[in-house]
Write a protein of this length. Structure first.
Length: 144
């Protein structure tokens, strides 16, 4: 091989490598300019939070948690938001009703032994989370 051929091959490889590096750098700039930004660059306007004014929390007035009864039924009294959907669940019965007034009162059956009763209040406003209470009530026979 002649000296001129070796020099031509060397310059060809150097020129090809430099062109490839320039193309890679330009392609990377193009890809970065083309991608979408995740966070907005302009100022974000503060959104006013919706304030719930007249929200009543779910309260169970009767019976107290851990109460012991010698009866097949118990009267459950409580307070909840007006027009809220009240769901009372136990292993033996489920009861669903709309709370027309602020207070509610229902007769609920009890099984023998421990009764776990879950009371849930779903407010009419769907942006407010449902509230839930759990009662452990015992129905024990006198002969035991």
């Amino acid at each position: 091989m002649k000296k001129e051929t070796v020099i031509a091959i060397f310059f060809g490889i150097v020129f090809g490598a430099s062109v490839a590096l320039v193309l890679l750098a330009k392609n990377k700039e193009f890809q970065l300019a083309k991608t979408k930004t995740i966070a907005p660059t302009e100022k974000i306007k503060k959104l006013s939070k919706k304030v719930v004014v007249n929200l009543k929390s779910l309260e169970i007035l009767e019976p107290q948690d851990g109460s012991i009864f010698n009866a097949e039924t118990v009267k459950i009294k409580g307070k909840a938001d007006t027009d809220a959907l009240i769901i009372i669940q136990s292993p033996i019965k489920d009861l669903v009703f709309n709370n027309e007034q602020e207070q509610f009162s229902v007769i609920f059956p009890l099984a023998l032994g421990e009764n776990v009763i879950r009371i849930t209040s779903h407010p009419k406003d769907t942006s407010v989370r449902p509230q839930e209470k759990e009662l452990h009530i015992y129905n024990l026979d006198e002969q035991l």
